[in-house]
Design a protein around this ligand. Structure first.
Ligand code: NAP
Length: 474
């Protein structure tokens, strides 16, 4: 029962089974129009998605849209500070999948961030941002077409848990005191470290459950990609933060062995196997020497550990993964966060899925999006086990609101992600190729038009861009 909403009378519910959506041909999908430029972007998006579904499936499939409210529009309908009404939460919970335009971050009351609130309420633990290039899109990069990655960013912990105390706060000061006088001195590896008394304090929790459910989603997605893109890179700063960032990497590798043994190979395992493939007589120790730089100067205990690792890999997976069979598996490797920032620029085509904790993924997904054309072309989704919300990654851009000029590409491409999530790939492919053709033919909105060489003048309006995409379905 809703306070101010009425569900569509036509259509069926999407349900979830084992974390996967079960989609009828006539799903009801709630949408949040969004504030600011949402008034321009949402009608353009709805027109493109509806036209693609109709073109792909005729009368057999149809989305029944259900308008729900958040942000300024919700306050108008439900009252002051009602940025995220219970009706909206109930509708998303009931129908499983929703799509939203940009929302104003509330000022002066209520919730700190609507987007963060939605992610936490529905445990949407994977923030997914694909970054791929559409030919002709202006880019600051020389070879943007080489980048085709999907960032899987953990969405519920790390800095998103938001546990911190202001400098001078009574509890924060107590915590510093406890750490300086009891907890740090009783942990020998921390030596004489002391936290300066005038510090703010933040807690960075990284859990095994949170890390593994994110990496699991990333591997499951990798298994659906073409063979050459079946790779997951665990991004971390484990060289400095061993028990949070380093643990994320270790738990990721542990998951490979416990749940995806037949489907995956780690980079280090691939070295061990290929060393033996190149030389069948290679001793365990010589193999260990090849995979571990500086092996000869290791302590005897460390050498024994590396040899044991080599032996175990050969015993456990030579039969299933050896003789080159590992080349058909999902490759799981890891990279230090600062190095991956360089590598997506210098060697972008070596990466596919980047699995990250919260903060690293925040930076990395924006950096990757910038390479392929920036905010207007950058879609996103927040996915959990019983719900998924697809959304603009940009804000409300208030100065452009209501002028029918903004680029609707981000929400349209989020709609493409939604269609793929529903398994409606034919409709998704139509939109992708229509969008690619519109851009290649220089039929673009102002943001891309001004960066093209030569600039496009006049640019298309927001609604005209949507029609240009639809025109290319034929
Ligand atoms: P913004 O809304 O993202 O806009 C900043 C600039 O980015 C715009 O002026 C425009 O640049 C460009 N831009 C934004 N959307 C675009 C699009 N669809 N196509 C092309 N260019 C686009 O950032 P903001 O002005 O800092 O934030 C405004 C409000 O949005 C704030 O309340 C913020 O909290 C909120 N916000 C919401 C979300 C969300 O709902 N997911 C995300 C971020 C921010 P030019 O004018 O130079 O063309």
């Amino acid at each position: 029962m809703y306070e101010k909403l009425t569900s569509p009378t036509i259509g069926s519910k999407i349900t979830f089974q084992d974390g996967k959506p079960v989609v009828p041909d006539d799903p009801i999908v709630p949408f949040i129009r969004g504030d600011g430029t949402g008034v321009d972007i949402w009608p353009a998006t709805e027109a493109v998605i509806d036209a693609a579904v109709k073109h792909a499936y005729g009368e057999q499939r149809k989305i029944n849209w259900f308008k729900i409210y958040a942000g300024d529009e919700a306050c108008d309908k439900y009252g002051t500070y009602q940025y995220l009404p219970q009706d909206t939460l109930d509708a998303i919970a009931e129908y499983g999948i929703a799509i939203k335009g940009p929302l104003t971050t509330p000022v002066g009351g209520g919730i700190r961030s609507l987007n963060v609130a939605l992610r936490q309420i529905f445990q949407l633990y994977a923030c997914v941002r694909p970054c791929r290039y559409y030919q002709g899109t202006p880019s600051p990069h020389k070879y943007p077409e080489k980048l085709d990655v999907i960032v899987y960013r953990e969405n519920t912990e790390d800095i998103y848990l938001g546990i911190e105390w202001k400098q001078g706060d009574e509890i924060g000061t107590k915590l510093i005191d406890l750490l300086n006088h009891e907890l740090i001195p009783s942990t020998p590896e921390h030596g004489n470290k002391q936290i300066p008394l005038d510090s703010g304090i933040g807690i960075k929790p990284i859990s095994k459950t949170g890390s593994q459910r994110l990496v699991r989603k990333a591997i499951e997605q990798a298994l659906t990609l073409p063979p050459e893109k079946q790779q997951v890179t665990l991004v971390h700063k484990g060289n400095i933060m061993k028990y949070t960032e380093g643990a994320f990497r270790d738990w990721g590798y542990e998951l490979v062995k416990s749940e995806f043994r037949d489907e995956c190979i780690t980079e280090r395992e691939s070295w061990i196997l290929s060393n033996k493939e190149a030389d069948a007589q290679l001793s365990i120790e010589d193999n260990a020497r090849k995979i571990e730089p500086g092996y000869n100067s290791l302590t005897p205990e460390k050498k024994a550990q590396v040899c044991q690792e080599v032996q175990e890999v050969l015993e456990q997976i030579w039969d299933t993964h050896g003789e080159g069979k590992w080349k058909t598996k999902v490759m799981v490797n890891d990279r230090i966060a600062d190095s991956i920032f360089q590598q997506i620029q210098t060697r972008p085509d070596e990466y596919s899925i980047l699995a990250t904790m919260n903060l690293n993924g925040d930076y990395l997904s924006d950096a990757a999006a910038a390479i392929v054309g920036g905010l207007g072309m950058s879609p996103g989704a927040n996915i959990g086990d019983t719900c998924a919300i697809f959304e603009a990654t940009h804000g409300t851009a208030p100065k452009h609101a209501g002028l029918d000029r903004i680029n609707p590409g981000s929400v349209i491409l989020s709609g493409v992600m939604m269609l793929e999530f529903m398994g409606w790939n034919e409709a998704a492919d139509l939109i992708r190729s229509g969008l690619a053709k519109a851009i290649a033919n220089r039929e673009v909105t102002y943001d891309l038009a001004r960066m093209m060489d030569p600039p496009v003048d006049p640019p298309l309006k927001c609604s005209e861009f949507a029609q240009a995409i639809i025109k290319y379905f034929a």
